[in-house]
Design a protein around this ligand. Structure first.
Ligand code: WTA
Length: 703
């Protein structure tokens, strides 16, 4: 492995800065084409961490890169696993006997809940584990010390087993917002080996029901509601819809456990259904003071499912293992985010996504840190809110997505100056960050004192794949940095040829080797797992050598001469909207529930704040005429099917969609028109004339 750019060694720097990107999802077979990428090279200076930071950093020894070098693989990952407490040590670090279903720390036993709670009690019993900040500013924080977390998790684990009848290996679905009930529920499930399946709170009832069906999960844990942008959102009403939707797809939800935001006070308008619905606070009273032993789980026992969007309409349940996942989340939290037990760490993400699982709950708590959770949106009631939280709680590590950074910058670019907080590290995740936005993050939010880590990874990877190690490597605005220790990324062109450092060509970023955080499989669909992530670049499908099985990530990237990766965006049918991951097929299927629509195509439109927003192009069935009502109906159907985050910016009703002669919809052409880019030669299409009509429609109604 080429050694990443260690900052105190001379670096020859010729960094790439890319403006546009995102091949606009033209179908699974059609991946990144170089001609689709606008590459604009620009020098970006390297920035070194402050000596004060290095002096206290968890990882300031450059030997880590040798320790995690290829010659020490896979044993190097013991270093992460040893951050955890094991009930039984493993005998085999990596088992590659059934590629690409890798097994990690085989033979080992541990419990994730024990690792995040019980083992910290002796030293940190009375320390805040979770500080929950309600959106209503006048409402007091809720502070769960490790002891309090221990009690609640034990008691709720008993509710899961004794009331809901769940046992090891069963799946339980949570449709919970950013409320302490969510980490408590996760850790309670983990305590008993119940596989948790949290569905992002902003997803619709229908999306939740589909995931319950796929996971064959019959218990739903929800709440009465929550605050978002000053509004009370009724969640229990959603739960009733989920139960109805689930029954349509053959799942009878047996019990609905309802956490109340204010215990004893029910704020939902939806009625409780006798024999099915239970208030968690009432059940907890019955379990008061009871304790349940954390079951020692096999390293390979699944810890949770996290559904994510891919190139088909059906979301895939990424199945994560207990030992490898937790070790990887803890190791990366410690070395990239530099989390120490005495830090106050705030990851401003949603636990309903992988970032929240790994870097609000499992990583920081495994390290015994204090993790801050905020219920609401960044701008409520004003753009100073985030900085007030940071100041008041003494947050010293901050973590969020470029969308949030862009919004805060646009709303009040000088606001952070007014608050007396000091960050030592700041993380960005989820989308490419523009160098200009990066600089504002560094100069204004970080006050020039904090290291930034731009962390590239995915739901599937469990933890960070590319980033700088903050005390050891220089920062480069807009670049994720090198592969993490023990992660060997590589860029391939469409034909499987490696694109080397400094070639100034984009290609598909892959990871050459297995690592402990990689998902185990797609729940219930191992073939899809192989097809989706491995077949594209597999060198020999009968080989048992991991070298033959590179992991295909689905992102475009460029590798600079100094070994830093710049991530360009998805090369498949996935759109990242404000950091949320949506599948074009899911959007299209939702649009097609509108009875007048015959065909639909979803494409990403570049957006200054949200990265991308979806647009829908649709043609109508014979006899239907375009109208504002149909457009509105498409928007509302998408919100109903998927959730409000998926609402398209515009719906264009057009005479036909551009298609190849074999009938494939050319989303790429639609995206180019929408983004004002050159759509190239369309004369070979089956219906080239429609392209001009569509172009005019888009121009006339530009959004
Ligand atoms: C994108 C989120 C650029 C990428 C953890 C990836 C990024 C997708 C970065 C996964 C980054 C994530 N720079 N792009 N630092 N981090 N992405 O599964 O396209 O919600 O494939 O996981 O987000 O999104 P997911």
């Amino acid at each position: 492995m080429g050694k990443p750019g260690v900052f105190n060694k001379a670096l020859i720097c010729d960094p790439p800065i890319l403006k546009v990107m995102q091949s606009s999802g033209g179908g699974a077979a059609e991946h990144l084409l170089e001609s689709e990428i606008g590459v604009h090279w620009k020098e970006e200076e390297l920035i070194n961490p402050p000596p004060k930071f290095i002096a206290q950093a968890n990882m300031a020894d450059p030997a880590i890169f040798e320790r995690f070098g290829e010659e020490n693989f896979p044993e190097c990952f013991r270093e992460y696993a040893e951050l955890l407490s094991w009930d039984r040590y493993w005998h085999t670090t990596l088992d590659t006997s059934n590629p690409p279903f890798w097994k990690w720390f085989v033979g080992g036993k541990l419990n994730a809940s024990y690792n995040c709670i019980d083992r910290h009690l002796a030293k940190h019993r009375n320390k805040a584990a979770i500080i929950w900040v309600p959106e209503q500013e006048e409402e007091p924080d809720q502070i769960l010390t490790f002891q309090e977390l221990y009690s609640r998790v034990n008691e709720f684990a008993l509710v899961l087993s004794e009331v809901a009848g769940l046992k090891k290996g069963d799946r339980v679905t949570f449709h919970l917002p950013m409320n302490p009930s969510l980490p408590v529920s996760m850790l309670a499930a983990a305590r008993l080996g119940i596989i948790h399946n949290e569905v992002f709170g902003g997803f619709s009832a229908k999306a939740c029901a589909e995931r319950m069906e796929d996971a064959k999960s019959k218990i739903l844990v929800t709440c009465d509601g929550y605050y978002r942008n000053g509004q009370w959102i009724d969640k229990k009403a959603d739960a009733d819809l989920t139960v109805d939707e689930a029954s349509k797809v053959g799942i009878k939800v047996e019990k609905v456990l309802v956490w109340r935001r204010y215990p004893g006070k029910y704020l939902s308008k939806a009625e409780m259904v006798a024999g099915r619905d239970y208030f968690v606070d009432e059940l907890l009273k019955k379990m008061h003071g009871k304790r349940v032993y954390p079951i020692p789980m096999d390293s390979e026992d699944p810890l949770f499912l996290m559904y994510t969007s891919g190139s088909t309409g059906r979301p895939k349940g990424c199945q994560h293992r207990t030992g490898g996942y937790l070790a990887y989340a803890a190791g990366t939290s410690k070395y990239v985010q530099d989390i120490h037990p005495e830090d106050v760490y705030w990851c401003f993400a949603d636990i309903g996504w992988i970032t929240g699982h790994s870097y609000i709950v499992y990583g920081p708590l495994a390290l015994g840190a204090t993790t801050v959770m905020y219920e609401g949106v960044p701008m409520f009631p004003d753009p100073g809110r985030s900085w007030r939280i940071a100041e008041r709680l003494g947050v010293n590590i901050f973590h969020t997505a470029p969308t949030t950074i862009r919004m805060l910058r646009k709303a009040a670019p000088n606001e952070p100056d007014k608050y007396n907080y000091h960050f030592k590290t700041m993380t960005t995740v989820g989308e490419p960050i523009e160098p200009e936005v990066w600089r504002w993050y560094y100069d204004v939010v970080g006050k020039g004192e904090a290291c930034i880590t731009d962390t590239w990874w995915q739901t599937e990877t469990g933890g960070i794949m590319c980033s700088t190690l903050p005390a050891l490597q220089s920062m480069k605005p807009g670049s994720a940095g090198s592969g993490m220790p023990g992660i060997y990324p590589i860029i391939y062109d469409e034909n499987g040829n490696e694109i080397k450092k400094g070639e100034r060509r984009a290609g598909n970023i892959c990871i050459r080797n297995p690592w402990p955080g990689i998902m185990q499989t797609i729940w219930g669909d191992p073939e899809r797992y192989v097809r989706q992530y491995y077949l594209k670049y597999c060198k020999n499908t009968s080989s048992k050598d991991w070298h033959d099985w590179p992991y295909f990530a689905g992102d475009g990237a460029v590798l600079a001469p100094d070994g830093y990766f710049r991530i360009l965006g998805r090369v498949d049918d996935v759109i990242k909207v404000a950091g949320h991951r949506l599948g074009t097929k899911e959007l299209e299927n939702a649009a097609l529930t509108t009875k007048e629509i015959s065909e639909a195509a979803a494409v990403p439109l570049a957006d200054e704040l949200r990265g991308h927003v979806p647009l829908i192009f649709a043609s109508l069935k014979p006899g239907a005429t375009p109208s504002k009502e149909i457009e509105a109906e498409v928007v509302s159907n998408i919100a109903k099917e998927l959730g409000p985050i998926a609402k398209p910016r515009a719906v264009y009703l057009v005479p036909d969609l551009p298609k190849t002669r074999s009938g494939k919809i050319m989303r790429r052409v639609l995206a180019a028109i929408s983004n004002n880019e050159d759509y190239g030669d369309v004369t070979t299409l089956a219906n080239p004339d429609v392209v001009e009509t569509i172009r005019k429609t888009v121009r006339e109604h530009s959004v």
